[in-house]
Design a binder for this molecule. Structure first.
Ligand SMILES: [Zn+2]
Length: 347
């Protein structure tokens, strides 16, 4: 390790359980953080501060004002611009400096691009806000035998669980089927507060440090727990998560969540009054300039901003990316959003 690195990371190296060996292993590791919002932003911040070698970020959304109370990497300027979260996060991380190489992807994670995003990752960190993506991560990580750390937060409470394939329980061992959406309290219905986000990501980041710093012998005896916490009431408890030999994912190795997709889809984003539309065929390229030309007479504030276009039409704000994916802001009605997409983008 260089003198500069030893000086920079001196205090965490002094922590005996971590040490120089831990810092060196951390500095050689690639970590994928899925989502750059509340959980993902805080995770990315911590991974950069502690000196992970390489950080891969991915997020599909853009920054808005209601993000600022808990999404630690974003500024008012990012919200004003409606900047894509992944690139805004990378910009803030670059200002911190340090040895971490950060790559940012503005994309919706699915079974097709996860291979590429997670390639070579020693660990995947869950910074998402939805179960669909978590089951996708679980399938991929169990199949590829890469550990991942689940984190979820609603209101003042949260859940954290490391998934070490073939070693402990996976997400499907505990919940073989995703619960129906209407049974879930979401950030939409229950709100969410920053201290809960920080408590969950602190627990995830500590587990990440422990895992990445561990020797092969330490990894073989790594204990996994499900931690439940509530920062409002000051409560925390951990329960043993037992592996289920009949688990569809890690038992029967049926990775059905990775195979889903391929059709045009509309997803209402958590807490956003926004719908994401994806075109049916992946790798569709949209001519952004042509779309802007077509809408110019009817739309306001139509402009191309780097690799995406934005315009306001019929009271909705549309952000269109080069791969045909669009965010329709101003509605939580998937049908209305599809109609806007068909009328104004029409791919
Ligand atoms: Zn399992």
């Amino acid at each position: 390790m260089s003198d500069g690195a030893e000086r920079r990371f001196d205090r965490q190296i002094r922590f005996a359980e971590f040490g120089v060996a831990g810092q060196e292993r951390l500095g050689a590791a690639r970590v994928l953080v899925v989502g750059c919002g509340a959980l993902g932003g805080s995770l990315a911040l911590q991974m950069t501060r502690i000196g992970v070698g390489e950080l891969v970020l991915v997020d599909r959304d853009v920054v808005e004002w209601t993000n600022l109370p808990r999404q630690v990497l974003f500024t008012e300027a990012h919200a004003n611009d409606g900047a894509p979260k992944a690139t805004a996060a990378a910009e803030s991380l670059a200002a911190i400096g340090g040895p971490t190489k950060v790559t940012a992807h503005v994309a919706h994670v699915d079974g097709e691009n996860l291979d590429e995003l997670a390639r070579g990752a020693a660990l995947v960190l869950d910074g998402t806000d939805n179960l669909t993506t978590r089951y996708l991560i679980n399938d991929w990580c169990v199949r590829e035998r890469v550990p991942w750390i689940y984190g979820g937060v609603v209101g003042a409470s949260g859940l954290v669980m490391p998934v070490i394939p073939e070693h402990g329980a996976c997400l499907s061992c505990l919940f073989p089927e995703p619960p129906p959406a209407e049974h879930l309290a979401t950030c939409d219905t229950a709100g969410v507060i920053l201290p809960a986000v920080q408590a969950v990501t602190a627990a995830q980041a500590a587990l990440a440090m422990r895992w990445l710093a561990a020797s092969a012998e330490q990894r073989a005896t790594f204990e996994t727990w499900l931690v439940e916490l509530d920062v409002w009431r000051g409560e925390q408890r951990r329960v043993r998560a037992e592996r289920d030999p009949n688990c569809p994912t890690c038992g029967r190795r049926d990775f059905r969540h990775l195979e889903a997709g391929g059709e045009r889809s509309a997803i209402v984003l958590c807490g956003r009054n926004t719908v994401q539309i994806r075109p049916a065929r992946r790798a569709t390229r949209v001519d952004l300039a042509r779309v802007l030309d077509n809408v110019r007479l009817s739309a306001e504030r139509a402009e191309q901003l780097g690799n995406f276009a934005r315009f306001e039409v019929e009271g909705f704000r549309v952000t269109l990316f080069g791969d045909g994916r669009a965010l329709i802001e101003g509605t939580a009605d998937a049908g209305r959003a599809r109609a806007i997409y068909d009328r104004w983008v029409g791919t």
